[in-house]
Design a protein around this ligand. Sequence first.
Ligand SMILES: Nc1ncnc2c1ncn2[C@@H]1O[C@H](COP(=O)(O)OP(=O)(O)O)[C@@H](O)[C@H]1O
Ligand SMILES: [Mg+2]
Length: 461
Amino acid sequence: MPRKPPKTPETPKPPAAATTEGSRIGGRVKRYAKVSTTMAGLGARLAGQKFLGIEIDRDQHARQLMQSLGDLKGPLLKVAQLLATIPNALPPEYASELQKLQNQAPPMGWPFVRRRMAAELGPSWEKNFTVFEQTAAAAASLGQVHRATLPDGLRVACKLQYPDMASAVEADLNQLGLIMSTFEAYDRAIDTREIRREIADRLHEELDYTLEAKRQRLYGDILKDEPGVRVPAIVDGLSTARLLTSEWREGRPILGFVDAPQDVRDAIALNMFRAWYVPLYGYGIIHGDPHPGNYSVDADYGINLLDFGCVRVFPPSFIGGVIMLYRALQKNDTDMAIAAYDKWGFKGLTRETVEVLNLWARFLYGPVLDDSRRSIGDLPEKAVYGEDIATKVHQALRANGGVTIPREFVFMDRAALGLGSVFLRLQAKVNWYRLFNELIADFDEEALQQRQSAALQKFAL
Ligand SMILES: Nc1ncnc2c1ncn2[C@@H]1O[C@H](COP(=O)(O)OP(=O)(O)O)[C@@H](O)[C@H]1O
Ligand SMILES: [Mg+2]
């Protein structure tokens, strides 16, 4: 329940508060510094051992990394979650250790929040709200979310960014680059430069809440005729580059539905499918972060879609390539598959590497290749969806000489894996083939191009 803040007048900042705030920021900076040194140290050791021809104990490295990361929060968490879904972009031991990281750093306290809000909305910012909860309702990767109520009664979420996040993102990206290139030198199955560029671009964008607000509006528009998907409306005038105010959507976590009746689980899965793939196949745009915190289930099993900090707009030809690859897999046509991968932007392909990539593609496209009502898989406990196949593909790619993965692959793959694992957990029984074919029935690259540019233009994107 919302709590009314005490209506005490703004008191001058006591020196003690300044010290607390100072040490909190100091703590964060120190944590980042620690990550940097750790990653650099590990990277150097990895390189050194390779030079000396020593068999590397990656488990041990991963554990050391984990120990020193401790309670990190922020951009690196996001990167870790992302990397863990790209087949062997990082040593799997690292990825799984990074995935265990929790957002544990202390939140900004009320005096700090008040000053940050004043910096965003002006000294009388509190007049915009009848209620502003002093304690954060949720942690965000670059800030925290407070619940509040507007004078007209609308309940809102205020996502407020921490200060100095730009430099934190920069520091993390540098370390990420170092560790990835070191690993690559040791294990040349894939060239990760494009992946790094993609992640860097998206993370930089994530700092800009004005951009996020535009994308959230775009999504609201694209999905306005989808009865099962809700996008919170942005509150004009209360959003800035570092503060995003949008309609509060009350919902339940999707994993709370794993024991619900079959028809409920199927309905949720269908709405999730529409939320992700209507924008993709209609507009070439994808929500790049299917993390469980970024959506919730409404009372009628609709999906509240949140967090538009990581949105990828694809070139229409890439979507054409995605559909071409689907047709190639349907027909078992290797030449067509080669043409499709080329359209995706893969470099350095041979017939052998195409065979290997098809292993991965058949896994990803599996559910939409089979015209029957089925569950995505039969092992709900399977720890990491697709891990076995990822390892197999990685080994085969290494044996065949490296391949450059196009940057567009990152978020396509992430969405497919993220949704796939949700469908798996829900044990939803759906005819995925029919759902997918309905979506792509009228696909036309030219038409998508026009829809996409009209939509982007409409929201000044
Ligand atoms: N409009 C909203 N309604 C309800 N909860 C929200 C809303 N926006 C954000 N949240 C909560 O805040 C958390 C962090 O917000 P999010 O936009 O995902 O930040 P980040 O981009 O840093 O992950 C979400 O996981 C969710 O729990
Ligand atoms: Mg989020």
